[in-house]
Write a protein that binds this ligand. Structure first.
Ligand SMILES: [Ca+2]
Ligand SMILES: [Ca+2]
Ligand SMILES: [Ca+2]
Length: 348
């Protein structure tokens, strides 16, 4: 950990030297699960820990892993976003709610180290997938505590995000019609299986199912300005299947003065996080009314290096792998029929 911090300081000085005012120190948490962090995590939260915590509260054996015991808490596993026959070079943190006792709610906690939020410009970004939908759609909660990490002492009273879990089906199992299921309140993968960027139909298990792909989520932490917080990912689904999370960051956005274009027009905001970008970035945008959008990433010479079209919606998040981009300053532009906005970012 000390080595990482030193490295960040060195990069920060080199980047601010460009004169852009960008600094990597604006990223407070960054975990991509490419190096298995399990052994560096505590297995029980004591109340004021400085480390991440991977806590199996339910203590019930899982049945999710073929030919080997399922870990009881969270574990590192290949990214399920691709068909099983494909190779993947990405890993994610994984949790199982298909337990030996199907009446028991899974309760797997993944809790960050404490994070001091300096001001109102910070966001939490992460990706997640529910593997097996809609019939076994996994629910989870993202919770925030301002008074320690003891899950039994009333910490984590704030709910930042809720993914719905499948509660019961009113048709034979295996239907792909989400209208045939009852879900708890919350978000359903891929905007209720309407956004084909974040699921595909998988026939590998016999009956077809909606196989989730890692989907970006972004939530503001502005209400925690000046406070020391813990963030928890609580996988609390009952009798569903597999959940993955990846690329958890807490970082700030640049002041809106960095954006050009008419931000008082149809576009509420357009943010690139983190900035500067080392490997991957979240881009978050919101419109005043639902519209189709095209997002362009262009380099200093104006060449377009990425282009993403989204159907009519009022807000969205993109996650971009940008390792292949040369270091430099880039523009991210969001185009709508009624206006555009643009913001700069630095690729290291
Ligand atoms: Ca990863
Ligand atoms: Ca468990
Ligand atoms: Ca369930």
């Amino acid at each position: 950990m000390k080595i990482t911090i030193t490295f960040l300081f060195l990069i920060a000085f080199s980047v601010t030297g460009i004169g852009q005012g960008f600094t990597l120190l604006d990223t407070l948490i960054s975990e991509n699960f490419e190096i298995d962090p399990t052994n560096d995590m505590l297995t029980f939260p004591s109340g004021n820990d400085l480390e991440w915590v991977n806590f199996d509260e339910d203590h019930v054996e899982g049945l999710c892993v073929d030919n080997a015991p399922t870990p009881y808490g969270w574990w590192q596993e290949s990214d399920f976003s691709v068909p099983q026959s494909s190779q993947t070079d990405n890993d994610a943190f994984t949790s199982c709610s298909f337990l030996l006792d199907g009446d028991i709610h899974n309760a797997n906690w993944l809790i960050t180290s404490p994070i001091m939020i300096p001001d109102s410009s910070y966001f939490l970004c992460w990706r997640s997938l529910s593997f097996y939908g809609p019939g076994y759609h996994d629910g989870y909660k993202v919770l925030v505590s301002t008074n320690g990490n003891d899950v039994f002492a009333g910490s984590f009273a704030d709910t930042l995000f809720v993914a719905a879990e499948m509660l019961e089906n009113s048709s034979p199992p295996g239907s792909l019609d989400i209208g045939n299921y009852v879900f708890s309140d919350g978000y359903i993968q891929a905007n209720g299986y309407t956004d084909t960027a974040y699921f595909f139909i998988d026939y590998s298990l016999g009956a077809p199912f909606y196989h989730g792909k890692l989907e970006p989520h972004v939530e503001s932490l502005s209400k925690y300005a000046g406070q020391n917080i813990y963030v928890a990912f609580l996988h609390d689904s009952q009798d569903d299947f597999l959940l993955q999370v990846d690329d958890i960051i807490v970082t700030k956005v640049l002041p809106h003065s960095s954006a050009v274009g008419d931000l008082s027009g149809p576009i509420d905001y357009l943010e690139v996080m983190p900035n500067p970008v080392r490997q991957s970035a979240y881009i978050s945008w919101r419109l005043k009314t639902p519209q189709e959008t095209t997002m362009l990433i262009s380099d200093g010479a104006g060449r377009i290096v990425r282009q993403i079209h989204s159907g009519a919606r009022s807000q969205g998040n993109h996650f971009l792998e940008l390792q292949d981009l040369a270091p430099g300053v880039y523009n991210c532009t969001l185009l709508t029929a009624r206006g555009r906005a643009s913001t700069r970012f630095v690729k290291l």
